[in-house]
Design a binder for this molecule. Structure first.
Ligand SMILES: [Zn+2]
Length: 187
């Protein structure tokens, strides 16, 4: 059994996993439900980054966990998710270490100023021939996702079968910004 719990796309939560095959991406099996899926191998040290997000002329302060070695550039997109407030997609407007810089590693940055944009990441697990593929795409935050609808993404055509919300529970339909993960079955 692997040391740390891993997110299982079928169970919808962190569970114990066994390693099936090691590679650039590890293939793992959920000990709960038996789903086999791939996960990123690299585990990175995280730092707490202070981000001040400007949205509709208001500023909101967030602390997000981000890999220490991630390089931040002014103008880059940055996903701000502190696990508490709404997730917001932003564009980096300014970076401060001990002075203002254009580029810095996350661990050097003291504060990042960012401007909210309307896009959010949508995570989708597509079940295909016994394997679950994890996909990710950027969509408008108010885009509706509904159980039963057909979508195409990164070469997969699938029907939405389950939608998990950021707040507890599942829904038949929700706006992308309120969704943690969508499950699809390839068709
Ligand atoms: Zn599972």
């Amino acid at each position: 059994m692997l040391e740390d719990q891993i997110f299982c796309p079928t169970c919808g939560e962190d569970t114990d996993h066994a390693l099936v095959k090691s590679g650039q991406e590890n293939l793992v099996r959920c000990e709960n439900c038996g789903t086999v899926h791939s996960v990123q191998k690299k585990r990175e040290r995280l730092v707490n980054l202070r981000v001040i997000v400007n949205q509709d002329r208001r500023s909101q302060s967030y602390f997000i966990k981000i890999p220490a070695q991630d390089v931040l550039h002014v103008g880059d997109e940055l996903l701000v998710d502190d696990g508490v407030q709404d997730v917001v997609m932003t564009e980096i407007a300014s970076i401060e270490t001990d002075r203002r810089v254009e580029v810095a590693a996350a661990e050097e940055a003291k504060t990042v100023w960012a401007r909210a944009t309307d896009e959010v990441p949508l995570k989708i697990s597509v079940y295909h021939s016994g394997v679950t593929h994890s996909l990710k795409t950027m969509v408008q935050g108010d885009e509706m996702v509904e159980v039963g609808e057909t979508r195409e993404l990164q070469g997969y055509k699938f029907r939405v079968v389950k939608i998990k919300l950021r707040s507890e529970g599942f829904a038949d339909a929700a706006e992308a910004k309120d969704i943690v993960r969508v499950w699809g079955r390839e068709i």
